[in-house]
Design a protein around this ligand. Structure first.
Ligand SMILES: NC(=O)C1=CN([C@@H]2O[C@H](COP(=O)(O)OP(=O)(O)OC[C@H]3O[C@@H](n4cnc5c(N)ncnc54)[C@H](O)[C@@H]3O)[C@@H](O)[C@H]2O)C=CC1
Length: 408
């Protein structure tokens, strides 16, 4: 769950250890995938999720109220305003329910979540309290179908899931800090709303082109937003981000309007799998919409550094010419690399939006596709790319749910 948690409380747990006491030895393994049909626990979990779906907001509010009343010491780990946090818990639950029988996907997701929770200050001993309050909230709102069988399925699932997160965090602790501090060394306002920030991390920050990181500013403590790295790893260790100030976007406003050289931000660990597979030689078809061009530029640099002459075709979509704030950089790269082509598509210039413009060129069947931009662009982009014959497994993008709130 995307929420820090606490110790077992005196709220009816069956023994001194608590229902969800983390196992300190071997982690229970999630059931192996049963592609022929869902496991009994998965059915129960999904049924509960379906039952609470119409009142999901209330369930998450109730969960946090329960958590903070029972464990007030955990409140400081969360941001002052909890709106996005609520959505994240729900997203984590839905993702889990959806993939309960798909062990590799679920374990990968949970490991990432466990690692990512280190920056919030989450500890292994926090997980039992979250489990208890989660069950408390679910049993309240799914009362119509809740019984001992339902509860046992949730206890098993949560115990397994939290253990995967705890183990991943423990393993990560041995090799990486929970967060990095980074000093802003350049702030380039490219449009009234878009800034390119260059930061210097206080320690080496290993990442791959195409990945992103959580960013926290001193103006909004404990509010983290995701931004993609806009460059491949550089010899000087500097990182760049493209940030657009969006309405009600606290972090984005702070980064665009307030941050200046000398300010210090915090970075979470790198995450995301929109990375280049350098073992293949196929071409890359990249669609970048708005500030979604940031990771596309990183991918181009990555291909250039690997020295293989793979064809890279970039489609850069923006609302107007003025919004093509990074076009000069891309055209500069094109000058240097004959294997790169760059096409700009503005909403005003053509009746077609970015994904449809891609149809006019090609064929793209042999290409790996990378999409980065607003959620609507990703959805229609995937649809168009499938339609023109690119198999799903060769289409990469960040999770659409992550994009909905994460970069504000
Ligand atoms: N800053 C970053 O590091 C990254 C940002 N993003 C995401 O990229 C988005 C950028 O926002 P803006 O710059 O305001 O982009 P925008 O809303 O101005 O859209 C940019 C272009 O995307 C295309 N597009 C937008 N909606 C579409 C739809 N429904 N169907 C087809 N095409 C569509 C259009 O060509 C449009 O001009 C944000 O949602 C952000 O979360 C994604 C990856 C990295």
């Amino acid at each position: 769950m995307d929420a820090p948690t606490t110790t077992p409380g005196g709220d009816g747990t069956p023994d001194g250890e608590g229902w969800f006491a983390p196992h300190r030895t071997s982690a229970p393994r999630p059931r192996d995938g049963d592609r022929g049909g869902a496991s009994p626990d998965a059915l129960v979990i999904r049924r509960t999720m379906a039952e609470i779906a119409p009142v999901a907001d209330e369930v998450t509010s109730y969960f946090y109220a329960l958590l903070f009343v029972r464990h007030p010491e955990l409140r400081p780990l969360f941001p002052a305003a909890m709106d996005v946090q609520r959505d994240r818990l729900l997203k984590a639950l839905l993702t889990t329910a959806e993939h309960l029988d798909d062990t590799p996907v679920l374990v990968g997701y949970l490991r990432n979540l466990g690692r990512g929770h280190r920056k919030y200050g989450t500890l292994a001993e926090h997980y039992p309290a979250v489990g208890e309050c989660l069950i408390g909230a679910l049993s309240q709102y799914a009362a119509r179908i809740w019984n001992a069988h339902t509860e046992a399925a949730w206890v098993r699932a949560y115990t397994t899931m939290s253990q995967v997160m705890i183990d991943a965090a423990a393993a990560d602790e041995l090799r990486a800090p929970a967060w990095w501090q980074a000093e802003v060394v350049a702030h380039d306002l490219r449009t009234p709303d878009v800034a390119v920030l260059t930061v210097r991390p206080d320690r080496p920050y290993p990442f791959l082109a195409g990945q992103y990181a959580g960013v926290e500013t001193s103006w909004w403590p404990r509010v983290w937003r995701h931004y993609s790295f806009a460059s491949a790893p550089r010899p000087d260790g500097l990182l760049t981000f493209h940030v657009k100030a969006v309405p009600a976007g606290w972090v984005s406003h702070a980064l665009v309007r307030r941050a200046r050289p000398g300010d210090v931000i915090r970075l979470g660990p790198p995450t995301g799998s929109m990375t280049v597979d350098h073992t293949t030689a196929g071409g890359l078809l990249c669609l970048g919409g708005g500030t979604g061009i940031a990771p596309v530029k990183a991918l181009v640099e990555d291909v250039a550094e690997h020295g293989r002459r793979r064809s890279v075709e970039v489609f850069y979509g923006a609302r107007t010419d003025d919004d093509l704030y990074d076009i000069d950089t891309l055209l500069g790269l094109r000058e240097k690399h004959p294997w790169l082509s760059v096409r700009a598509v503005t909403d005003r210039q053509a009746p077609l939006r970015l994904p449809d413009a891609v149809r006019q060129y090609g064929p793209w069947r042999e290409y790996d596709a990378y999409l980065s931009g607003p959620p609507g662009m990703i959805r229609s982009g995937v649809h168009v790319l499938r339609d023109i014959g690119i198999p799903r497994e060769r289409i990469r993008h960040d999770a659409v749910e992550d994009l909905l709130d994460a970069r504000h």
